[in-house]
Design a protein around this ligand. Structure first.
Ligand SMILES: [Zn+2]
Length: 169
């Protein structure tokens, strides 16, 4: 669901957690963080004198040293990184059966199985693209990246645009 969750960065702008946006607001009101980015939506608060946009990304004052978790490269995680949308036509209403994994550089052209070369595509686009290179296919796509493990947490069901500067390497 949109605007429900907030990405928490530590003082060095490294992503450390995903929390409820209400909780992020409380941390902000206590003076313990700054709001780095907000959503285009306000809290529906009873007090009309408090008028604040929901925080999308907050930055706390401490540096938290947590070990880096690596992310398994598999179908479900690629779908999740791409928000279950076809990167070529942008279709969103795809069920799992209509989703495919496409090699940006086809395997037949030596394209590897890496985060940077695998994307979510609908069956139709994958079929059209087939063994064509992107140049031959003639459609631009955003370059796929290795995701941060926070993106793939169970409770995160949607990756807001506001988070993307912080979650990709
Ligand atoms: Zn498509």
């Amino acid at each position: 669901m949109k605007y429900r969750q907030t990405l928490l960065l530590d003082s060095s702008y490294l992503p450390k957690n995903v929390i409820d946006s209400g909780r992020a607001f409380v941390i902000f009101m206590k003076g313990n963080c700054e709001i780095v980015k907000h959503y285009p939506k306000k809290f529906g608060l009873v007090r009309k004198d408090v008028d604040i946009y929901k925080p999308a990304v907050i930055r706390i004052k401490e540096y938290i040293n947590i070990d880096y978790h690596s992310v398994p490269l598999n179908r479900d995680n690629i779908f999740k990184r791409d928000n279950h949308e076809c990167v070529y036509c942008g279709r969103r209403d795809l069920d799992k059966k209509s989703l495919t994994i496409d090699h940006v550089i086809p395997q037949s052209h030596g394209g590897p199985n890496t985060w940077e070369n695998l994307v979510t595509a609908c069956k139709k686009c994958n079929g059209e693209k087939s063994n064509l290179t992107l140049l031959e296919y003639g459609k631009a796509i955003p370059s796929p990246k290795r995701p941060h493990y926070l993106m793939l947490m169970k409770k995160v069901d949607y990756i807001p645009n506001e988070w993307k500067d912080y979650l990709f390497f």
